[in-house]
Design a protein around this ligand. Structure first.
Ligand code: B3K
Ligand code: ZN
Length: 844
């Protein structure tokens, strides 16, 4: 494949003043007519006029009304053009009903919809499909479908046609069109300057009852962005559309957000608390893109983190404000470790701002999104809240309407604060997770922390420079009182010490409070100190972290040394769970053990080859021990935190359900499923129903419930996705691959729906003991199905190849089987650029 480099960027030769598009929709032969005003870009060179275009049938082309015959390649066309401004007109034909890649214009259940980010617009018409070309769009849609939508405001419509105009210049990746038999859930929002905005969520008939929660989330997001960031919505209308076939979560097209139906449709009967929370966050995320993404966009795709890191950071702050700040922070760190640390410590490691790619869709990663958000969080910590918002105001005024770079972003911080961010910028260019080693010394009233940072090599980056690390620290006295409240240390050197004077007794430090930097902390400590922090730390994040490190240590010793579950850990956990002053959601998180993958990485780092089966067994053994250690307490928690009365997705009742269901999961190991069966039978919401079913399946006792669940929900595709993934995810390791294989033969399985494919095979990939089972069946099965999916849907195929990214941690037998599976994929005829780039990077 061809590699694109950041360093090769050149400005476009021509800019677009405005675009007019006419769509004559037909499933197999849609005609797209374009009329584009081009003008030479004074900042570019006009050497060769080129328009991107892929899989288009050119019907006609003209310049200033005169027909032309361009040179056409699989990537686009070039053509001789006049000097100065001119009008380009073209007509192309495309077949949305044949588009299973779900990029460009495609069909889903009879509805037309688009996905253009990153480079899908070129599958709709010939165009300079790059984000630094911004234009106003006029769109006319012709079809006999009742609902026809595009970006911006509706300007006119009649029998069989509708016209839209988007006054805000935008890059082509934000273009969207939807047409179908849709119904809407309407509402209005009055902005801070008093303008009324019409809001709609458009869904398939039958789904109208699942829109209310999403609508509330949208209104909360609009209000929050006004109050916290001073950002007002800028059109008369905001539309959201739910679509069943979608490659990712959702897309922030200007004024017309398109959502995977799983990320917007919600009802108490069909959605879990976790679904509700995720829907609220994604609606907020896409809405926040209106300013951080749409009004200010990216100059080129290397700058993706400019909009994604910032928008993830903004949606995380929103969730923290709507729900619980510590619980959100802890959950985000769990995800960061599970996904981003995994990526950063394997063959796919890349900087937050990558410097090269073959297929940009492969870089919508945990590193760009989640580490990108962490980098902004560090910047905010370093400059302080006030300066952060001052810099953001400057960003919005200075760059409104522009396509920007990370340099532009950092410059507003430098200008607003007078800080030099040269060294900080390494966070954008260096891949890999820094290791932060800390030792302590105590001398006559002075306590010193000695830090050393190092970042291991990553592909293409053998050696690393020290980075700026904001380290939030507090000190606790021997009696548990805090003797130094949270203080920010700014580490810039490879090795650096910080002293605290005038202390009466040697304190216990609480380091990296709130997970103030995305690093792996190595600290010499012992279980007594961990238990002390678990009991006394005032920082809720570090309190949780102390419990987690106790659990992790205990598990590692069970795995490596065959030790029994650590009673001190079990006692400490019990004490914490008994503390009714603590948020139930926090306690539920404290009950969760470190993931299998996290344990595997730690073992590997310590020089031990992880055995996935053994890790799974030891986690099971620990959970068994937890149940046996505190049966009465668990029964009390289960009963006391049951939520009665009508279901509400709010954080409070959701937290109670999380705790009671966490208790239920352990109790089920003792009561043979009695409580779970009763909960299943009486459940009136999906959270309770699914939790009970999971408990039963985890002790191999839910066959009957599994069957009745299917019968109850077979009409609901999103619930049936849960039915698929639960069975694979909860299968015993030796059965996981066989379960996925059996489900792939179920009449409800389809490769064309990414949600269903992920529910089946994503669940396998995310069960390490099942996927890495010594038989190799998991590898062979996944590789087989990825080979089948690639010709239809390269994006989803490539994304799912990351299942293999941890392969170098494992023993030589497993490595040999994985290599064979990956080489088999690579050898497939006509393999997509997406998948071939991913597999090659993983193999190297
Ligand atoms: N910007 C889109 C992601 C597009 C992915 C293209 N492969 C959704 C989001 O981050 O909000
Ligand atoms: Zn985004």
């Amino acid at each position: 494949g061809q590699t694109i480099y950041l360093s090769d960027y050149t400005p476009p030769g021509w800019l677009v003043e405005d675009v007019s598009l006419t769509f004559r929709l037909a499933p197999d032969a849609t005609r797209v007519l374009s009329r584009i005003r081009f003008a030479p870009n004074p900042e570019g060179t006009q050497d060769r006029f080129f328009l991107h275009g892929e899989k288009l049938k050119l019907i006609s082309a003209a310049i200033d009304g005169t027909p032309v015959t361009p040179d056409i390649t699989p990537e686009g066309l070039s053509c001789a053009v006049p000097e100065g401004a001119f009008t380009w007109e073209a007509e192309v034909e495309i077949a949305p009903a044949q588009n299973f890649a779900l990029e460009g214009l495609y069909m889903s259940n009879g509805m037309y919809c688009t996905q253009c980010e990153a480079e899908g617009f070129r599958k709709i018409t010939y165009y300079p499909d790059r984000p630094d070309v911004m234009a106003t769009f006029h769109v006319r849609i012709e079809s006999d479908l009742p609902v026809m939508l595009s970006n911006g405001n509706p300007i006119a419509s009649g029998e069989g046609w509708a016209e839209w105009h988007d006054p805000w210049p935008k890059p082509s990746y934000l273009f969207a069109l939807v047409a179908g038999e849709l119904v809407n859930h309407p509402d209005t929002f009055t902005t801070m300057s008093g303008r009324a905005v019409e809001l709609n969520i458009w869904v398939r008939p039958g789904d109208e009852g699942k829109c209310a929660f999403g609508m509330e989330a949208l209104k909360k997001s609009m209000k929050w962005d006004e109050e916290v960031y001073g950002r007002e919505y800028d059109l008369d209308l905001f539309n959201i559309v739910a679509v069943d076939d979608f490659n990712m979560g959702a897309m922030e097209n200007k004024g017309l957000n398109i959502f995977n139906s799983s990320c917007v449709l919600a009802s108490p009967e069909t959605s879990t608390d976790a679904n509700f929370e995720r829907i609220e966050a994604i609606i907020a995320h896409e809405y926040f893109h209106n300013w951080t993404g749409d009004r200010i966009t990216c100059r080129d795709w290397f700058q993706l983190c400019l909009k994604e890191g910032l928008t993830v950071f903004r949606d995380a702050s929103f969730t923290a404000d709507m729900r619980s700040e510590p619980v959100k922070r802890i959950s985000d760190v769990i995800t960061l470790r599970a996904r981003q640390f995994r990526e950063d410590n394997g063959p796919l490691a890349h900087p937050v701002r990558p410097e090269s790619f073959q297929e940009i869709n492969n870089f919508y990663t945990a590193t760009v999104y989640e580490k990108g958000a962490e980098v902004i969080g560090m910047l905010k910590l370093l400059v302080g809240d006030e300066a952060y918002f001052k810099a953001l105001d400057l960003y919005f005024t200075r760059h409104d309407g522009q396509a920007c770079t990370i340099e532009d972003w950092l410059k507003v911080f430098e200008d607003a604060t007078g800080r030099d961010l040269t060294q900080f910028k390494r966070w954008y260019s260096q891949a890999g997770t820094p290791r932060l080693h800390v030792t302590e010394s105590w001398d006559n009233g002075t306590f010193t922390l000695h830090f050393r940072q190092e970042t291991p090599p990553t592909p293409g980056q053998p050696s690393k420079q020290p980075q700026v690390l904001p380290i939030a620290v507090g000190l606790l006295g021997p009696n548990g009182d805090e003797v130094l409240p949270t203080t920010l240390l700014e580490m810039t050197e490879a090795e650096q010490s910080f002293s605290f004077e005038g202390l009466g007794a040697r304190p216990v430090p609480s380091i990296l409070r709130g997970f103030s930097a995305p690093v792996i902390l190595h600290r010499e400590t012992d279980n007594a100190e961990r238990a002390f922090l678990l009991a006394h730390d005032t920082d809720p994040y570090n309190r949780w972290e102390a419990g987690r490190s106790l659990a992790k240590n205990a598990l590692l010793r069970m795995i490596a040394e065959g030790m029994a579950p650590d009673a001190a850990y079990l006692d400490a956990l019990k004490t914490l769970l008994e503390d009714e002053t603590l948020d139930p959601a926090f306690r539920a998180l404290a009950m969760a053990l470190p993931s299998e993958d996290d344990l595997a990485l730690t073992l590997f780092e310590g020089g031990t080859t992880p055995d996935p089966q053994r890790i799974w067994e030891k986690r099971e053994e620990m959970r068994e021990a937890m149940a046996r250690h505190m049966p009465d307490l668990l029964a009390r928690l289960y009963a006391a935190h049951q939520v009665t009365g009508p279901y509400s997705p709010e954080a409070g009742p959701a937290a109670d359900r999380a705790l009671s269901n966490a208790a239920l999961a352990l109790l089920t190991r003792l009561d043979g499923g009695e409580r779970a069966r009763a909960q299943y039978a009486g459940a009136d919401n999906m959270t309770q129903q699914l939790a009970a079913l999971s408990c039963l399946l985890s002790i191999d006792a839910g066959a009957q419930e599994l069957q009745s669940f299917y019968e109850q929900w077979q009409h609901d595709r999103l619930v049936i996705d849960k039915w698929f993934s639960l069975q694979v995810g909860l299968a015993r390791p030796e059965d996981a691959a066989a379960t996925a294989e059996r489900l792939a033969a179920h009449p409800d399985f389809t490769m064309k729906n990414p949600n269903r494919f992920r529910a089946t095979f994503g669940a396998l990939a995310m069960s390490p003991a099942g996927f890495h089972h010594a038989s190799g069946k998991g590898y062979a099965l996944l590789a087989d199905w990825l080979k089948k999916l690639d010709p239809l849907n390269p994006q989803t195929t490539a994304r799912m190849c990351t299942a293999f990214e941890t392969w170098k941690r494992y023993d030589s037998d497993r490595q040999a089987m994985i290599r064979e599976a990956l080489e088999g994929i690579l050898a497939q005829d006509g393999l997509s650029r997406d998948t071939s780039e991913m597999v090659s990077r993983i193999l190297n």
